[in-house]
Design a protein. Structure first.
Length: 137
């Protein structure tokens, strides 16, 4: 996926940019829109260099917005598991509230026995309206 700028077809990239019109995020609605766009791109098996560039750009914008929105989490330097645990608790949820993921798997994640997978991060990200990348690193 490491593409150089010279490998991007500018016309194709401009068309992708026009479909999303990326700019700094200023509202929850815009945040959700960009999350939907990144999720759609992440679900693809193969990305073009133009799609990869857009995914990176949207991820930067989303991360910046979430960093400001969830500054208290980052100030504590939480791990992805700590952040997930916090989000679950703050939203008054239990492991049963994620039927797409076996409860035993969530228990293992929260106990530190397993890492959060890409697909699980997407599920949690959609549920909590955060960039799934925040739960992977």
């Amino acid at each position: 996926m490491s593409q150089t700028a010279s490998q991007i077809d500018q016309k194709k990239y401009l068309k992708l940019l026009e479909s999303v019109l990326p700019r700094p995020i200023t509202s929850e609605e815009q945040h959700r829109e960009y999350l939907r766009a990144t999720t759609k791109l992440m679900k693809k098996d193969e990305l073009t260099s133009e799609e990869t560039a857009l995914l990176i750009l949207l991820s930067i914008l989303i991360s910046d917005y979430e960093r400001n929105r969830f500054a208290h989490l980052f100030a504590k330097k939480m791990t992805p598991v700590e952040a997930l645990s916090y989000l679950i608790e703050e939203n008054g949820l239990t492991q049963r509230d994620f039927p797409e993921i076996p409860q035993s798997r969530i228990s293992d994640i929260l106990a530190g026995k397993r890492k959060i997978s890409k697909s699980q991060a997407q599920i949690f990200g959609e549920r909590f309206k955060v960039n799934p990348v925040l739960l992977l690193y």
